[in-house]
Design a binder for this molecule. Structure first.
Ligand SMILES: Cc1ncc(COP(=O)(O)O)c(C=O)c1O
Length: 454
């Protein structure tokens, strides 16, 4: 029997994170204060511990992972890498498809790779409580677990549409000792303002971020924690790609294409940044981000400065954005419903080092079901976008008459997303055609924002 699962022993958990900022061929535009002036690390210290702020602005290529963090990561890392032989057969392809599986973490996704170090650094700094937002609930549950592991409290603002459709995610947070409220909530000024305008608001990540930032900024004992987008979050996720490089070596293969789904960009960065380091060093590797057509930040968004949240409480970030008040349709991939994108990922797309494609949810679920029927694992709705992108790569290779080696990140399992699968299987799932007028409306608010490089 041939083995198609590549496992690393515990001592192979990476000892350092890879900081792509050190290797970028062109420098990143800086974040700006809400009034457009330069931002200093000090300004962030109201809501973040200094260690994370230093990581956010670091230009060091490698940053050591503290031992207590590696010990916690060892609860589930290193994660397995598989070759999808059964799926390859079903697709009738001569391409080789590999996937790194992040769903083996206790929360079921890649998110604990950063919730653990974030909770650790905050606990070290004497912070007693963290506030955060969550879309599908993966991040909120991951942070609740990590806070519990390091003995601090956790308050989660969960986007209303997911709060209603994914009750088990809320219960996971509560099981791990976190407190979870539906966002918009009555607990913050930002939440109350939205509810006043629209009492039936289904919420968005942008709204939930405003609530969580306000919570942290108005309480002395509380810091804010973000599950994606920021440089330090992407940095923490690079354990994924570093392990994958070793495992691909074990498999005797090198990827021609590396694929991840992108909501705020963190799992995509995690799998791809270590491979991009190889690309910078001369290897031929294509890197592809897959996003939802209903929230097409990278493929149809504007590249410029925008707020990370609806209320305009965050710094201005240089990124692809649909406008900070853009309300994405209630697609099932809750973790991909974000108006912006990680500045690092945006910069890489803008400079042509990373490609992006958008897919409708129906085609993604069809792909995820084919995958689950051959490989067993039921993918998270977010991850299904990467799976659809792999199918398209396979088709393209067939048309060109070539064989490629494809690696993708299976960012999480969908075991708590069965309502989404039910919608698909019962024929109730619809695709959302986002009209240009809706994008134009949301983008109008970007006029007057500083231009990147301007
Ligand atoms: C399983 C899974 N994949 C992907 C994402 C998207 O986030 P990011 O782009 O930061 O990886 C999420 C977000 O909640 C998620 O839960």
């Amino acid at each position: 029997m041939t083995q198609h699962r590549y496992l690393l022993t515990e001592d192979r958990i990476p000892e350092r994170w890879y900081n792509i900022a050190a290797d970028l061929p062109t420098p990143m535009p800086p974040p700006l204060a809400p009034d457009g002036s330069p931002i200093s690390p000090d300004m962030l210290s109201a809501i973040f511990p200094m260690e994370l702020i230093m990581q956010e602005v670091s230009q060091d290529r490698f940053i050591p992972i503290p031992d207590p963090v590696r010990e916690m990561l060892a609860l589930w890392r290193p994660t397995p890498l598989y070759r999808a032989v059964n799926w390859e057969k079903a697709l009738g392809t001569n391409c080789r498809i590999f996937y790194k599986y992040e769903g083996v973490s206790p929360a079921g996704s890649h998110k604990p790779n950063t919730s653990v170090p974030q909770a650790y650094y905050n606990a070290q700094a004497g912070v007693k409580r963290l506030s955060t937002e969550t879309g599908a609930g993966q991040w909120g549950s991951s942070l609740s677990m990590a806070c519990q592991l390091f003995g601090i409290e956790c308050k989660v603002y969960m986007v209303r549409v997911s709060y209603d459709s994914k009750p088990y995610r809320r219960l996971m947070m509560e099981t791990w000792g976190g407190e979870c409220v539906a966002s918009p909530s009555m607990d913050t000024n930002s939440g109350r303002a939205i509810l006043e305008k629209d009492p039936n608001s289904t919420g968005s990540l942008g709204v939930a971020i405003s609530e969580a930032v306000e919570d942290a900024a108005t309480r002395d004992d509380t810091n804010y924690s973000l599950g994606s987008v920021l440089n330090h979050v992407l940095l923490h996720q690079t354990v994924i790609g570093q392990e994958a490089i070793e495992q691909m070596k074990m498999a005797g293969a090198e990827p021609d294409v590396v694929i991840g789904c992108a909501g705020g960009g963190s799992n995509f960065a995690g799998i791809s940044f270590p491979f991009l380091a190889e690309k910078f060093a001369g290897k031929e590797i294509r890197v592809l981000a897959a996003e939802p057509a209903a929230c097409p930040t990278l493929t149809r968004g504007h590249y410029g400065y925008d707020f990370g949240d609806v209320a305009g409480l965050t710094p201005l970030l240089p990124m692809h954005t649909l406008g900070h008040s853009f309300m994405p349709a209630a697609i099932h991939a809750g973790g991909l419903r974000y108006h912006g994108m990680a500045p690092l990922v945006s910069h890489l797309v803008n400079t042509g080092l990373v490609e992006a494609r958008a897919y409708h949810q129906g085609e993604c679920f069809a792909a995820a079901i084919n995958f689950s029927r051959t490989e067993g694992i039921i993918p998270a709705p977010e991850s299904s976008h990467a799976i659809r992108a792999v199918e398209q790569e396979v088709e393209q290779a067939r048309e060109e008459g070539v064989s490629r080696t494809i690696l993708f990140n299976l960012s999480g399992h969908g075991n708590f997303d069965m309502a989404a699968y039910e919608a698909y299987l019962s024929g109730q799932m619809t695709d959302y055609e986002l009209p240009q007028s809706e994008l134009d409306e949301a983008a109008a608010e970007l006029q007057g924002m500083p231009a990147v490089g301007g």
